[in-house]
Design a protein around this ligand. Structure first.
Ligand code: NAD
Length: 257
């Protein structure tokens, strides 16, 4: 028998759906939040990000699927009224797997993984960041920060920064500026740069004070650190799809109409 876990957003509608799903699956599944085979996220894209980070050390053995309790998200295939379709999909056990590549960020003696993006940000004063691509100096950036996004995260923060939307399933990272300062004294690329998985981005600063390291929906301090290295990880989060869902339709629905 398969082991499932349901992680839900803390609101009434999500808790209600969790109860219904549990009831419907009780004869087919065992509930095991410690070591699940399948994690059902009930909430929004942020709930799915929390799920990924909760099970970040079990990515080789866990599959993820999402039910949205608001409007349709990018990590959720079902709307709240479609919960029976999801339950039938799970019971049928006939899904296709979509591997979503993660980013690996190394800072000090720590290493973390990101599904959407890694951000170095400072809203108090401008950051001065030296950016190296594979040890070759690209630029000295001045501004609020930098964002390095995955293909999956390209529709999130990256898009607000004017970065390109990437069709999912491509192993790459996209470097975008957050409010870069550009005038005759300071100049940086001022456009997004897309790199494949052979490359590494290294960001160096003499002073990261007041800066934060954003990893998806988490925030970390950058104390006593003057360098970060970011690259595409060989780890991925495995999403299971029980019904085909066109990415173009999702983009259209989210951003065009
Ligand atoms: P949140 O509550 O601030 O939500 C931000 C929005 O981003 C939500 O509408 C969420 O559905 C959406 N989102 C998250 N991942 C997405 C994806 N892959 N594609 C398209 N939309 C996506 O924060 P949260 O829900 O905890 O999510 C954290 C994420 O929010 C971060 O990883 C970041 O990408 C994004 N974010 C975006 C902005 C912005 O666009 N200006 C600002 C803050 C955070």
């Amino acid at each position: 028998m398969k082991r499932i876990a349901i992680i839900c957003r803390e609101d009434k509608a999500s808790y209600r759906l969790k109860d219904i799903i549990l009831r419907e699956l009780k004869n087919d599944m065992i509930y095991d939040e410690e070591h699940p085979d399948l994690v059902i996220s009930v909430g929004g894209d942020g709930t799915m990000l929390s799920c990924i980070h909760k099970y970040i050390n079990q990515l080789d053995s866990v599959y993820f699927v999402g039910l949205h309790t608001g409007t349709l998200g990018f990590y959720t295939d079902y709307r709240k009224e479609e919960y029976m379709e999801l339950i039938e999909g799970i019971k049928s056990d006939k899904g296709t797997v979509l591997e979503r590549y993660l980013l690996k960020v190394h800072y000090g003696d720590k290493e973390s993984l990101a599904l959407n993006e890694v951000r170095i940000e400072n809203n108090v004063h401008s950051l001065v960041l030296d950016v190296f691509i594979d040890e070759e100096h690209l630029e000295t950036f001045r501004g609020n920060g930098l964002c390095v996004s995955t293909d999956s995260g390209s529709t999130a923060y990256n898009r607000s920064l004017g970065g390109a939307i990437i069709y999912p399933g491509v192993k790459l990272m996209q470097l975008s500026e957050i409010a870069g300062i550009h005038h005759n004294a300071y100049r940086s690329l001022d456009s997004s740069l897309i790199l494949d998985d052979r490359h590494k981005i290294c960001v160096h600063s003499l002073n990261f004070s007041n800066a934060i390291l954003g990893i998806d929906n988490e925030v970390h301090e950058l104390k006593d650190i003057n360098q970060l290295e970011i690259e595409v990880s060989d780890k991925c989060a495995r999403f299971i799809q029980f019904k085909p869902l066109s990415f173009i339709k999702r983009v259209k629905r989210a951003f065009i109409k």
